[in-house]
Design a protein around this ligand. Structure first.
Ligand SMILES: O=C(O)CCC(=O)C(=O)O
Length: 277
């Protein structure tokens, strides 16, 4: 039976688009965030830790310390307005949206669904002195943003698995190797809600070192996961509550060092705060 809620398409990104994405990646400065706010002790029973990998977000940035977008319980003041997609990704996203609208069961595509959010995950090794530690995996989780999610992969192949909730040892329901230049899309209650997904491992066969250079890290795979956050839930940095602004200001300042978008966000926050005094 054809499953209209799942797509895997190898070779979706052509060689020209791949080269364009790599040049754009070289201009980024990914963040290696702490899981919790650095301004106060972590929640009881939790330990402060850096995320497993550096990330970059487009459209809106979901800072780990503010908690990730999770309707209906967490929708406001967590999706912070971020840079738009670069032209090459905007072009690919337009094609993906067309595919989804043409092929996915309409009830699985929310009325105003469009892919306005992208998490860029960098997979590779943490480097400390001579020691490299493989950090190229993601544990079981689900993506809470409504509607289908689409992901593009570059670099080494990743073993991506859908697993049943609460049964880590059970065999995966589906294993899909995500190859360089591939597209994966999944939606609907089965793939999005009932099952969890994970990246079990990423191959290391081609000695890759993908851009940008990140201190203490060697990247061998980059994944772009595109999602939909309703536009009314995306908040400019300047309009976050004060405590949340304090939590993420240092990150925004770091991003502003190489991003005109975040530079402007900082300026706007300063003038708004000055005007309120
Ligand atoms: O890297 C991937 O292929 C998947 C990433 C992922 O699961 C996520 O961003 O939620």
């Amino acid at each position: 039976m054809i499953d209209r809620s799942y797509v895997y398409e190898p070779g979706f990104i052509d060689a020209g688009a791949r080269a364009e994405i790599l040049s754009w990646l070289a201009t980024l400065r990914p963040l290696w965030e702490q899981r919790y706010s650095t301004r106060r002790p972590p929640p009881s029973g939790k330990q402060q830790r850096p995320l497993l990998r550096p990330v970059y977000w487009l459209g809106n940035w979901q800072f780990a310390c503010l908690g990730y977008y999770e309707p209906p319980r967490r929708t406001f003041d967590v999706a912070v307005a971020a840079e738009p997609f670069p032209p090459v990704l905007a072009r690919l996203v337009a094609q993906i949206e067309k595919k989804v609208r043409a092929g996915f069961p309409p009830p699985q595509v929310p009325r105003r669904w469009h892919l306005n959010t992208c998490l860029v995950n960098f997979y590779g090794d943490r480097i400390e002195g001579d020691k490299a530690t493989d950090a190229a995996r993601v544990g079981e989780h689900r993506d809470f943003e409504p509607g289908p999610v689409a992901s593009l992969s570059l670099g080494e192949r990743a073993r991506f698995q859908f697993v049943r909730r609460g049964d880590r040892e059970a065999p995966p329901v589906r294993t899909q190797w995500l190859e360089d230049r591939s597209l994966q899309i999944f939606g609907g209650p089965r793939w999005k809600d009932d099952l969890l997904h994970r990246v079990q491992r990423v191959e290391d066969k081609h000695d890759l070192d993908l851009p940008p250079a990140i201190a203490g890290f060697r990247t061998r795979r980059v994944n772009f996961t595109f999602r939909y956050v309703p536009d009314e839930h995306v908040v400019p940095f300047a309009k976050l509550p004060e405590r949340a602004r304090d939590d993420v200001r240092d990150y925004v300042a770091t991003l502003a060092e190489s991003s005109a978008f975040f530079k402007a966000a900082l300026v706007s926050e300063r003038s708004r705060t000055a005007a309120a005094r």
